[in-house]
Ligand binder design. Sequence first.
Ligand code: FCB
Length: 479
Amino acid sequence: MTRENNEERSVMPAFPDDFLWGTATAAYQVEGAWNEDGRGPSIWDTFSHTPGLVTNGDTGDLACDHYHRLEEDLDILAELGVGAYRFSISWPRVLPGGGDRLNQAGLDFYRRLVDGLRARNIAPVATLYHWDLPQELEDAGGWPNRDTAYRFAAYAHRMGEALGDRVATWITLNEPWCSAYLGYASGVHAPARTEPAAALAALHHLNLGHGLAARALREVIDPAAQVSVTLNLHHARGVSEGDADAVRRVDALANRAFLGPMLDGAYPRDLIDDTASVTDWSFVKDGDEATAAAPIEVLGVNYYNPVLVRQWDGKGPRDTADGHGDGAASPWINCDDVEFVQQPGPYTEMGWNIDETGLTELLLRLRRDYPSLPVMITENGAAFPDEVSADGRVHDADRIDYLRRHLTAVTEAIAGGADVRGYFLWSLMDNFEWAHGYGKRFGIIRVNRDTMERTWKDSAHWYRDVVAANALPAEATTP
Ligand code: FCB
C-alpha cells in the first residue's frame, strides 16, 4: 500500500470501538420445517398456502431449510466474523396454538441456536415477534383482540425464563407498522384483512403487547440483557413546503403512532384527530399508554428508503408509490388526499429508491427527539437480481454499493451526534420475502432454491472485511 493510500485509509469512515456488527433473519423467512417437531400453524402458513396471495405460490414450508442446516449457517456467521446475530423465535414453534403448552422440541431448536452462537462468540439478538402469529390467536380475533397482547406477554415471559440467561438483546416486536397496517388495513400481509378500524385496534394492542412483554421479560432475564423494539420508521419528505400537512399525517401514522406510546407514554393528539372518523380509540384503556412506555435500553431501526409525499389536488390518478405493494386497500388510513410520489432512482429489485441521506436524517431526528436513547440499525440491505457467474461467484457490486452508501450515512449520523450502537445487515441469506416469495434476493449469502446450497456473494466477502476492520474500505473492492 502506498503512503497516499495509507493516508486515505486513515480517514475512511470508522465506527465506535464497541460497534456491534451483525446480520439479521426471521423465523418464517428462513427456517422451513413448518409442520415438524410439533410446530403449530401461523398466519403466514395460512397466507402463503392461500392461492394467489404470494408470487409464484411460494411458501415458507422449506424456506432456507435453516431448521435442518443450523450448524452450517452458524459456521457461516462465524466465518463472517460478526459479533451478533439477529434471529426471530417462531411463537407457534415454541407455544403451538399460542397458549401455555410448551413444545420442548421447538424450544430445543432455539437453545441449540443460542448456544451455537455463544460458542462462536456471537451475541444472540432475539426478536419475539416477526409476524408469525399462531393461527389460533388470529382465529380468536388476532391483534385487534386485546387478549392477544396478554398472550404475547405470557409468551415473552416463557422465553425469558427459558433463554433469559443467554440472550444478549431481546426485541419484542419487528415492525409493528407492517403487522397493523399491511396485515389488517391493506391486506398484503397475513392475515390479509382490510379493516381500517381493526388495524388501529391492532396497532394499539401491539403497542400494549410490547410494553407488557418488555415488563414480563424484565422479571426473568439477566439484568445485563437489553430490551428493545424494532420500528420501520418512515422518513417522510414533502415535495414542497405546501405539503407539510401531508408529511405530518404520514409521520403520525407511521412513526409517532409507535414512538408516542412506547417512548412518550401517549398517543399523539393529531393521530387521534386524523382517524376520528374511523375509530373513537375506545380500545385504549386507562393506563395502557403508560404500560406501553416500558423502559428500553436501545431502539431498533429498520431503514430501506425514504418516502416522498404531496397533498393530492384530486385531479388525475393519485400517485401511491409508497413501496408497500398494491393492495386493494391502502395501509394509510384516512390519507386519501395524500400522494406518495415516485422518487428518482436508482432502485433496488423491490422498486425501492436508493437514498441513504434519509437514514442520516432519520438518525439525527431520533437524536433530537430522544437524546438519551441509543439506537441500533436492526435491518438495512437490498434485493438485486444477482446470479452465479461463469466463475462460480456472485458479483453483486450493486449491493456492495448500497451497503457502502448506507454505512457511510451511519457514520455521518454518528459524527452528527447520533448514538448508534450497531448495524444488522438484512439479510444473512436469500430468503422468503413475504408476499414476493423467493424472487427478491436480499442475502449476502446466495441460497440455491433447488439444492439449498449456500454461496458467498462478493458482498459477503466485503462485509467480512468491513467487520474485521471496523471501518469501510477505501472503495468497493471485488475479492
Ligand atoms: C422488512 C422485514 C424483513 C424483510 C425486509 C426486506 O420489512 O422486517 O423481514 O422482509 O423488510
